[in-house]
Design a protein around this ligand. Structure first.
Ligand code: KIV
Ligand code: ZN
Length: 515
């Protein structure tokens, strides 16, 4: 049995399909670089037929990333396959991933096609993709609810047509682990040319079993798992990469395969995806949640101190948790700053970028005397967002509030090159500050989510604020960080409004909806 398990990361495609998780091309490249450090085998960089912007983002990732294979998604039609081929052609190792639904409900209600027509389209798309690249993957969308005999026919035909990977998705998160694992074993047994392709699994988490289903599929013979960082993805999300990888790595007594993931890069990847998308990680999330390795109960601490594996089945440092030491302070110089950033794998493209980041670091160190690695990660993220030209920039904020009084925010912004001021009252300082932004940049936007997280311990910690804004059916997330959480909130709000001004409508390749 093949002992290599391939990790196919779809954070930039299925993850990005989650409403509010859209990313700019610069953000996609940052994540792709981190995925490359993590040593994922395949990065699904996007759905090029969605828009010229999506296609350009896939092209940029394809050009930038040299170690991982770069994949573009295409529905099984000539136009999509052509656009995917064009977008991935600059990659060192390009892949086209084409799909069509095979379940009775999808074929009848969504595609309005007969099973024979679906089979023919699948084969044609794979053939066309093979004309451009050697590495073609085919997915039978909603395989979890498809007829098994039909799946056998479709997979046999697409493997004959040149598909090297066949993916079996549980698109709606419906199957149960024992059923899904058995399905893989039976399909591999029944399909005569199954030895000519890698069998892949792709699970959604609607019933909370995406990781369990993926692991059951691996037990059944799958050798590629499609997953996302932090389990980001449509609805309840996709199988989480960190959980799949660590389950297989930790239980080598159970699995007869392993990945080549550099697990120490897991936490930086999780932090990056969370801060770029504004989807926070719940504290009790396995592997990457703040409590995942915290042994709070006295009895556990005692046991862990005597012998750590009494309660710990993995080592925190193996997934990138290091003791969150104070690393820099107000008196640290440029060299110390650059060395620490480089230890965190944060490199600067030019002296100007380093100087700008060092300036932000000095500002922060004036407010907060002890600077931790997590503060530096956020600082790097702020730099990346400043690479995009922004119509609105924060200048300053004065707030007044007292018990029983009306909170007031006085705000200065730069808007399209002009300095603008506004004053607003509100139900609390955050509300007043958001109204002050609205007074300068009016719009019909709704705030659908607001959350604050402390980046480090201590009351002088920076607060990282995420907001989700909705306008004309479009949803974006904005982020901001500061030691003053009202300022962090305004920065997050402005970041969201800036994104609404530039981000185009997005097209979902599966539902066909535009958001
Ligand atoms: O969930 C799904 O079926 C997909 C396919 C496009 C692979 O994301
Ligand atoms: Zn999916």
């Amino acid at each position: 049995m093949n002992d290599r398990l391939y990790i196919f990361d779809t954070t930039l495609r299925d993850g990005e399909q989650s409403p509010g998780a859209s990313m700019t091309a610069a953000e996609k490249i940052r994540i792709a670089r981190q995925l490359e450090k993590l040593k994922v085998d395949i990065i699904e960089a996007g759905f090029p037929a969605a828009s010229p912007g999506d296609s350009d983002a896939v092209k940029m990732v394809a050009k930038e990333i040299r170690e991982s294979r770069i994949c573009g998604l295409a529905r099984a039609n000539p136009g999509d396959v052509e656009k995917a081929a064009e977008a991935v052609k600059g990659a060192n190792a390009p892949r086209i991933h084409t799909f069509i639904a095979t379940s009775p409900i999808h074929m009848k209600a969504k595609l309005r096609m007969s099973p024979e027509d679906v089979l023919e389209k699948a084969v044609q798309a794979v053939r066309q993709a093979r004309d451009s690249v050697d590495d073609v993957e085919f997915s039978a969308e909603d395989a979890g609810r498809s007829d098994e005999d039909f799946l056998c026919r479709v997979f046999e035909a697409v493997i004959d047509a040149g598909a090297r990977t066949v993916n079996i998705p549980d698109t709606v998160g419906y199957t149960m682990p024992h059923q899904f694992g058995d399905l893989f074993a039976r399909l591999m047994e029944r399909i005569p040319n199954s030895d000519k392709a890698v069998f892949s699994v792709h699970c959604h988490n609607d019933l909370g079993v995406a990781v369990a289903n993926s692991l059951a599929a691996v037990q059944g013979g799958a050798r590629q798992v499609e997953c996302t960082i932090n389990g980001l993805g449509e609805r309840a999300g996709n199988a989480s990469l960190e959980e799949v990888v660590m389950a297989v790595r930790t239980r080598q007594d159970v699995f007869s395969c392993d990945t080549q993931i550099d697990t120490t890069q897991i936490l930086p990847a999780s932090r990056m995806v969370s801060s770029i998308t504004g989807f926070p990680v719940q504290p009790n999330k396995a592997i990457v949640g703040a409590n995942a390795f915290a042994h709070e109960a006295g009895i556990h601490q005692d046991g862990v101190l005597k012998q750590r594996d009494t309660y710990e089945i993995m080592r925190a440092e193996d997934v990138g948790w290091s003791a969150n030491q104070i690393v820099l302070g107000k008196h640290s110089g440029r060299t110390a700053f650059r060395d620490r950033m480089s230890a965190l794998n944060i490199e600067f493209g030019s002296e100007a970028e380093l100087n700008a980041a060092f300036g932000r670091f000095k500002e922060l160190a004036d407010k907060k005397h002890e600077i931790f690695d997590d503060d530096l990660q956020v600082l790097a993220g702020e730099g990346a967002s400043q690479e995009e030209p922004e119509a609105i920039r924060f200048i300053g904020l004065k707030t007044t509030s007292e018990t029983g009084g009306v909170p007031v925010a006085e705000l200065s912004l730069e808007y399209e090159g002009e300095t603008c001021s506004s004053r607003a009252e509100g139900d609390g300082l955050v509300d007043a500050a958001f109204k002050a932004v609205e007074a300068v940049v009016p719009g019909a936007r709704n705030l659908v989510l607001y959350s604050v997280n402390a980046i480090t311990a201590g009351s002088d910690s920076q607060g990282e604020v995420s907001v989700r804004l909705q306008e004309d059916g479009r949803i974006v997330n904005g982020q901001g960080a500061d030691t003053d959480i009202v300022v962090a909130s305004v920065k997050a709000y402005i970041n969201g409004v800036n994104k609404l001004q530039v981000s185009p409508q997005r097209f979902n390749p599966q539902s066909g909806e535009t958001i």
